[in-house]
Structures are given as C-alpha cells and as structure tokens.
Design a protein. Sequence first.
Length: 242
Amino acid sequence: MKRASLAICFLAMAALLPATASPSPHTRKKAAARAQAARPVALQDGHAEARLLEIYRLIAQSRSRDALVKAETLVRDHPNFQLAQLVYGDLLSLQARPIRAIGDVPEFAAKSGSQSLIDLREESQLRIRALIEKPPANTIPAQFLQLSPQNKHAIAIDTSRARLYLFENTLSGPKLIADYYISVGKSGIDKVAEGDLRTPLGVYFVTSNLDPKSLRDFYGAGALPINYPNPYDARRGKTGGG
C-alpha cells in the first residue's frame, strides 16, 4: 500500500530546530518535478481568518474606523463567523464609548451567554497571540528533520497555541507556507480512549479526504481522517478513531 503523502504531527508544545537538509542530486531532481506538478492551491478556509487578523492589526494601530469598514465587510461575507461578529460589535460600540475588553457587551447579555463569550474571548486572544508570537524564521519542528520524499506536505499542530502550521517539503527541507487557528478536543489533549473528547498527541498520516457533501456543515470544506491509533498508540492500549 502506498504511504499517504501528508504527515500530521500533534504537539503539546512545538520544539523547533534550525531547518537543515542535504538531499542527493537524484533526490533533488525528483523532488523538483513533484513540487512543480503538485504545488498546493491557496487555502480558502484561511482567508476569513487573515481578514480578521488584519482587523486586529488595525485596532492595534488605533485605526478603528478602517477596522470597522473591514469588519463590516467580513461579517457580510461570513455571517456565521462569530469572532468577526464580536469584533464588529466592539467596533460599533467604540463609536460611542471606550471598550473595556474583547466582547464588551452589556452585563445582562454577558450573563445570558457567559460561557460562549468566555470561549470566544479565549479564541480571540489565541488568534492575537499568533500575530505577536510567530515561530522563529527558518526553524522546523524536531519531528520534521527528515521527511520522506513521498511526503509533499506536512502539518504540525501546536496545541498549546491552538495553531496549525502547514509545511511544504522542498528541495532544501520543510518550508512553512501558512498557519491557521485550530481547535482541540473539548476535554483537551492526549487522547486515550474512544469518546474521551481529547485530541491525540503524536505523528500520524492522513488516510483519506472525505467529501464535504457527506459531512455535516460543522466540518466546513471537508475532513482528513488520520491513522490514529497508530501502532505505537495501539501498543499503549489507546483506542478510538481519528
């Protein structure tokens, strides 16, 4: 059976090392041909987040009117994007009064949706953190020091930052090409058993690409099942599915 071409590494916290690689000339030629034939299409799912992060940048620069214009357009294009609605509401309120915190809603409204508001505030802080704390340039996760030429791309997920990093396996080694917000299991990380609502930690391969038409709207553009539990997980008695 042909090995999957996409590797995913779920990390409790990313350990980064300088990116180094010394492929043979033959390997470089083969990799160049693959890269030219299979260069990824821009991911549309990250476009809305990129626009949200631009709004955060404008707010940090005290350009609230520019941010309001962009927020209004974003909620029109993505009406179900809750963080966009939250920042849009804050920017509207800012026209009349100072904002004390993210999601600065009236007290009665905050009480009626307290947990949802708390979750949205935490998610917003994680996305803002991604703007401020970028991984050092030319570093890669330790798990990606030697990727198989068959792995055209690899994904590292830093669960401590709720961030997904997409790497392309280039001639000179893995190269970071994009990063996105990602949520983890409701009960946290380090999955052990089926139904524990946790995200597994480890190195996995994508086994298929599920058609979005066969999935609930919750999954968006699709789903990528992984080979959890892998052989190491199975030896440790872990169960469930990925």
